[in-house]
Design a protein around this ligand. Sequence first.
Ligand code: NAP
Length: 283
Amino acid sequence: MAQLLDGKAVAKVLKEEIREEIVQWKEKGIRPKLAVILVGDDPASVVYARSKQKVSESLGMAFELFVMSGSTPEAEVLAQIEKLNQDQNVHGIMIELPLPKGIAKEKIMAAVRPDKDVDGVHPINRGYILSGEEGLFPATPQSCIELLIRSGVQIAGKHVVIVGRGETVGKPLVFLILKHNATVTICHSKTPDLGAFTRQADIVIAAVGRAKLIKKDMIKQGAIVVDAGINETPEGICGDVDFEAVKEVADLISPVPGGVGSLTTALIMRNVLKGIVLQGGKR
Ligand code: NAP
């Protein structure tokens, strides 16, 4: 029976480290601050923004939420971003997605200063993932890696099969996990016989958005399974992995909830602190 990759326990340690680093920045006269822009009233985005506020404040980080109505013209959103880009007291900027119709997501993403782009969506940060330069990278792929490393898993030399090549999780994860010297296979909706690939994996990472897609017979005995999926079902939130069945063959498995998702907000906060350094702050 598999042991849990316990996201809540890892998040607790991570938050403690972030709290300590915030204290150190404050001693140097810098008060780390995250600004979040929420355009419209998408219910999930409201919850995510409030959760970031709660975590920021609990860690001692300053936080400001800019709520703009769903009918705000794109130019006004861009002007607000530019104000925050210029504000030396703001170290991280995040735009909650999805944006209302009529606002071009790509234009908005590219308007945030790359060294304040704590969501890791600016084209320059996307490029840095490929080049290996220091930049700000998306939280969820980082969560998958942190969860493994901090649970004592050695990634180097392992065959990692990533299911999903989405812009938010799968695609950036490919290059971030390559840096840890894994051998990487990427599967997607056009992969014939998905199980033939996942059965070869030492580590399977699912980032699809299909409830319980990964079944027991798709996992090698003793493999490690990381589930980044979040799916709403009539029975509640579940991942992309058939957890109850797969835990019988895996050595380690992350639950949903309580796995990858538990780390993501903390990793956005860690990006704010990395942003301070990229903006010229001396540790
Ligand atoms: P996405 O952009 O929709 O990408 C989904 C990927 O899954 C695509 O590459 C798609 O293939 C692939 N796929 C779809 N059906 C498949 C199938 N039957 N077999 C194999 N691959 C299949 O998703 P995303 O934004 O990257 O997010 C992925 C998951 O992570 C979602 O469940 C999302 O809710 C979750 N997520 C979690 C967090 C967190 O904090 N834990 C944060 C963000 C996202 P094609 O490319 O061929 O279409």
